[in-house]
Ligand binder design. Structure first.
Ligand code: CMC
Length: 425
């Protein structure tokens, strides 16, 4: 909707340029700058600090107030009252399911949990010590070679089938990455278990003995999935939308999202948190690391602190902190040395002027790293679990993009290279 206008006066252009101001249902108004190109102007916003790249009805974040809503529902309520399958339905369809819709959704996802047997051969091409995110990028991208029957991106039903396939197969592939690194046999999914229980089973079960997922750990896992499910136009989701805008198939688009997520400033942070805690090694060393983080001449940052959008406590981190305490208690790990360092670091950073002034609160990855470590998940699998959880967000945004008229994403630039010159000689 646009009933306000912005007026732009530029030196050298006589007319005042009139731009519509759009407003959504929540959040800041948006100046529609699309007409600027016809006046010979581009906007400039590296890092997209002030740029809305699309309109979307899926997720809303108010970083100042520490609010995260999916389909209008606050994340803490979803984490408390809902489960991951329900949140997946909500992100894909915009509404919570009724009992019948939920049952159908869950059973359809379960129908797709196995991967094509040929896909398992892909793993043999990787070194056993390969980073599982490297394997994820390759294997998820390769899914497009297996499911030709649903690749028409203009067909709503095909898009839906792809969403089911991705949500169902990602835990299977993620667990296969782990099993491959151990040299253990891949575990087939068990459809009598919940989504989170099945993931723990495929990670930690073996064909030799019965494995019963611990309900406290399965609940914590489900919360991790919910809390990472979507986060509006972050780097990986924007990557998926941009890849999707060229008409690329959904499996390729999700693989591009996985690649973007891998970096330590984004999804790689949960892994970086644990590496940092190990590097700190002893609570006595915390002040040294805090000083490094505060030193403007030192690139070191406290991993798991700060967020581009949240300038208040990350609402996901609040839920994760409670879940973290539950897991540590269940496993009797309250005195684990690494986890003790984490708790002390959190306390110091929450009180230190540098962090308080800059509103650098612990983010979701600070606590999720600790929970995953306590559950026994190796550090290099942390980002894989983020990717698993975020797949529903990525595919929901990809689907939203293709559900209405769209354009290929094609940013422009401020050129700073040489002007035209003749080839020498
Ligand atoms: N440790 C120490 N100082 C920090 C940190 C940190 N973790 N984060 C920001 N700062 C400082 C930064 O040096 C700057 O200080 P000054 O104003 O004196 O120059 C100020 O805070 C603002 O930082 P910024 O770089 O402008 O903030 P940004 O919005 O560009 O960066 C961030 C956001 C998440 C990349 C950054 O806070 C960071 O690198 N954090 C650590 C990595 C991390 O935990 N990432 C996970 C984010 S949550 C999961 C997800 O959604 O992907």
């Amino acid at each position: 909707m646009a009933d306000k206008k912005a007026y732009l006066k530029v030196d050298g252009i006589d007319e005042t340029i009139e731009l519509p101001v759009l407003h959504g249902t929540e959040g800041p108004d948006v100046v529609d700058v699309r007409a600027l190109v016809s006046k010979g102007l581009f906007t400039y916003d590296p890092g997209f600090m002030s740029t809305a790249a699309c309109d979307s009805a899926i997720t809303y974040i108010d970083g100042g107030k520490g609010i995260l809503l999916h389909g209008g529902y606050p994340i803490d309520q979803l984490a408390e009252k809902s489960d991951y399958m329900e949140v997946c339905y909500l992100l894909l369809n915009g509404e919570l399911p009724n009992a019948e819709q939920k049952e159908k959704f869950v059973s359809t996802v379960k129908n797709h949990t196995m991967v094509h047997e040929q896909l398992s051969h892909f793993f043999n091409g990787f070194r056993r010590d390969a980073h599982p995110m490297a394997i994820m990028c390759g294997v998820v991208g390769a899914l497009s070679a297996f499911y030709h029957d649903s690749l028409d991106i203009d067909n709503e039903h095909h898009r839906e089938v792809c969403a089911y396939r991705l949500v169902a197969k990602i835990p299977t592939i993620a667990a296969m990455c782990y099993k491959y690194s151990l040299g253990q046999p891949f575990m087939f999914p068990r459809n009598d278990l919940s989504y989170a229980e099945n993931f723990l089973y495929m990670m930690f079960g073996t064909p030799c003995e019965e494995y019963k997922p611990n309900p406290v750990l399965a609940k914590a896992m489900d919360k991790i999935f919910i809390l990472h499910a979507d986060h509006e136009q972050n780097a990986s989701t924007s990557t998926v939308r941009l890849a999707g805008s060229s008409g690329a198939n959904p499996f390729a688009c999700i693989a591009s999202g996985i690649a973007a997520l891998w970096g330590p400033a984004h999804g790689g942070a949960n892994e970086a948190v644990l590496n940092m805690l190990e590097e700190i090694g002893d609570a006595d060393n915390i002040p040294e690391f805090i000083a490094k983080a505060k030193d403007p001449n030192d690139p070191f940052r406290l991993m798991g602190f700060g967020h581009r959008v949240y300038r208040n406590f990350d609402p996901r981190a609040k839920v994760m902190k409670v879940s973290c305490d539950e897991v540590l208690k269940e496993l009797g790990l309250e005195n684990d040395p690494l986890l003790k360092i984490a708790k002390q670091l959190e306390q110091i950073a929450l009180e230190d002027e540098y962090f308080v002034e800059r509103k650098l609160y612990p983010n979701v990855d600070f606590y999720s790293g600790i929970i995953l470590k306590a559950i026994g998940i190796p550090t290099n699998m942390f980002t894989v679990i983020f990717a698993l959880s975020r797949t529903i967000g990525w595919i929901s945004h990809w689907n939203e993009f293709h559900s209405s008229p769209n354009k290929i994403g094609r940013p422009r630039q401020l050129y700073t290279g040489p002007t035209m010159r003749d080839y020498p000689g």
